[in-house]
Design a protein around this ligand. Sequence first.
Ligand code: SAM
Ligand code: GLN
Length: 295
Amino acid sequence: MAGNLTIGALLAQGIERLRSGSGASSAARSATSNLGATHSLDAELLLAHALSMSRTQLKTHPENVPSHERARRYTELVDRRAAGEPVAYILGYRDFWTLRLAVNPAVLVPRPETELLVERALVLGPSGPARIADLGTGSGAIALALASERPAWAVVATDVSENALGTARANASMLGLGRVELLKGRWFEPLAGRRFDLIASNPPYVAEADPALQDAALEHEPQIALAAGPDGMSALREIVHSAPHYLERRGWLLLEHGSDQAAAVARELVVRGFGHVRSHRDLAGHERMTEAQWN
Ligand code: SAM
Ligand code: GLN
């Protein structure tokens, strides 16, 4: 790609470059991985970023010719994307729920399907004041979305990764949600002696040997955010097992999981003594999360 090309032509070239660069890796993708091919959206986001314009401005001025320097910058971004780097890391942010979250390679890129867990938490959580926990908060996505929707909720989030917590802290203060408590430690460890009305978690749930972890779509993200034991269930099992010690009576546990793990997660919950166990499908039609109530 070179200078003297219009916005329209640059977009078309970028889309073509992304399409030809992504063929081989997608075959290795597993059922739990769902980063679809969104080449035209990616090209638009990258061009808008390189030109410091909005996507709307790109669409209304396709005939404009950006400077050589800007076009070159765009080409570099497209090359990074073609090599598999998530577009959110390239831009430095991802929109999740109603929030713009800063992201970097220390945190999982928040996924649209995780909004399903936020939706269910808003439905199931008490309408008044409540204590809420988010385990493995990463960028802070779930905790911050819930705090932004429910000012009366006291939200606490944990993560074992100091760098992830730093990102969550930066997001909390940028969004004026500094009241969200962010604690370092393994799952419930920093929450000893506390009880919650609702506990939510999107823990790692990809099997360690899943070839998708080496796929271009996932290899840039932290392994600790993705991989969980031989069957991908180790974090889910640990959370189900410990949760009753941290739940109020009639408190809810909400877990995101892989599209092929709903039955296994439901079984763990029933065996542990939870009731009202119910799985929900994401927009792609996959059973993506399961909720359960402690009696
Ligand atoms: N909640 C965020 C979201 O939905 O975008 C991030 C989810 S990511 C799949 C899982 C997170 O769990 C990562 O941020 C990772 O650092 C954290 N994690 C992994 N093992 C953990 C552990 N033993 N205790 C607490 N957090 C852990
Ligand atoms: N849904 C993620 C994927 O694209 C996995 C996230 C997780 O392990 N919690 O594979």
